[in-house]
Design a protein around this ligand. Structure first.
Ligand SMILES: C[S@@+](CC[C@H](N)C(=O)[O-])C[C@H]1O[C@@H](n2cnc3c(N)ncnc32)[C@H](O)[C@@H]1O
Length: 367
């Protein structure tokens, strides 16, 4: 199993020719992110937090927003991303994909081929009068449907076939346990979880993907499985189970209330609020994890990730926005003393269209 540091170095190497800026914890790459994504190593990213063109909003000032004549073409384009996201994400990674409410259901159906869509987060913006778009100004009597006052953020995890909840962790546990020659009951007994959970014990629930063990329970199972001598190693808890760090002091529901970014000179037309991105990153990653944004815009995801001590990969197609992202990341990196080779030479993007091989999800010695 590779470390985060090794994953990040491999990403840097893969994107070298398209890199505008490389710092200790950040890479800013210029080009079509579909081509850039195809260069990335499999299972190298912990979180994809990304905000593609919405298509239905048809904004002339956002690259790609008017690129598709039909909704289905947009979904097909997004499906190519879905495949690459699935490939580059770690099996215990997470995906946030921003979208318009009018597209979210169709995106859910498409994403569900390769992901478990866990939440449709509703982002609602309590903006002050004058900064609330058309909400205050428009004639309410002219409405023909409910005024759209929210955006959606689809939250998902990679899916695998073969267990009830299509859980990658469930597959790992089942494979390791079988390789170790232990029954579900034997493993349940090892961790002392008998009686607390029904029938086949806690392990059968975990192998169905119904729920997940605590860190302590996982470590006990890991030790028991490795102690059989039939499995040499199992991933650490941090590499096996998707992180979701939440408590009552945070916004724990799927309705997120964050004011949008007030207009300012040079603002990206779709800039997302930093606090909202930090909220998403903090809940779903560990410090040091690699956070990828394929549609970086102003670089808000990259900055939020750096602020929280995560590594970040930002991809953007528009030259002027790449410059903005690079400048912002450079400023933060210099302030942190985290620069390595700033301003590398930018070469033309010409990656080949590789066929994506089907890869094993988790690696564990002995398989
Ligand atoms: C909705 S905006 C993202 C805004 C960003 N979340 C922010 O806070 O500033 C989408 C961005 O994706 C970029 N984009 C569109 N198509 C792209 C592609 N194929 N590859 C990379 N970037 C692309 C656009 O130029 C735009 O800046």
């Amino acid at each position: 199993m590779t470390t985060r540091q090794e994953d990040f170095e491999a990403i840097k190497t893969a994107l070298r020719q398209q890199t505008r800026l490389s710092a200790v914890d950040a890479v800013v790459a210029e080009g079509d992110s579909m081509a850039l994504l195809r260069l990335l190593p499999a299972h190298s990213v912990s979180l994809i937090l990304t905000d593609p063109p919405y298509h239905s909003t048809k904004k002339q000032n956002i690259y790609g927003d008017t690129a598709f004549a039909e909704d289905q073409h947009y979904i097909e384009w997004m499906e190519e991303y879905s495949s690459e996201w699935r490939r580059v994400l770690k099996p215990n990674g997470s995906l946030f994909c921003f979208c318009a409410s009018s597209m979210s259901a169709r995106l859910d159906v498409m994403l569900s081929k390769q992901f478990n869509v866990l939440s449709h987060v509703v982002w609602t913006k309590p903006n002050d009068p004058g900064f609330d778009g058309w909400k205050g100004k428009m004639k309410k009597e002219a409405l023909r449907q409910w005024y759209s006052h929210s955006e959606r953020i689809l939250f998902a995890e990679p899916a695998v076939d073969g267990n009830l909840f299509r859980s990658p962790f469930a597959e790992l546990l089942r494979d390791c346990r079988r390789q170790a020659g232990l029954s579900m009951h034997e493993l349940t007994a090892v961790i002392g979880a008998h009686g607390r959970v029904n029938h086949g014990g806690a392990v059968s629930n975990w192998e169905a993907g119904r729920n997940t063990p605590s860190r302590e329970q996982y470590e006990k199972m890991r030790a028991a499985i490795v102690a059989t001598g039939k499995v040499k190693s199992m991933p650490l808890y941090e590499d096996a189970i998707r992180v979701f760090s939440m408590d009552a002091s945070k916004e724990f529901t799927d309705v997120w209330t964050f004011p949008s970014v007030r207009p300012y000179k040079g603002k990206h037309p779709a800039e997302k609020p930093a606090v909202m991105l930090e909220h998403a990153i903090e809940a779903t990653t560990y410090p040091g994890d690699v956070v990828l944004d394929c549609f970086a815009g102003s670089g808000s995801t990259a900055l939020a990730a750096l602020k929280l001590g995560r590594r970040t990969v930002a991809m953007e197609i528009e030259h002027k926005w790449v410059s903005v992202v690079a400048d912002r990341v450079q400023t933060v990196s210099e302030a942190d003393g985290a620069t390595d080779q700033l301003d590398t030479e930018l070469l033309p993007t010409s990656p080949s269209k590789r066929k994506v091989p089907q890869l094993p999800l988790f690696e564990f010695a002995g398989k």
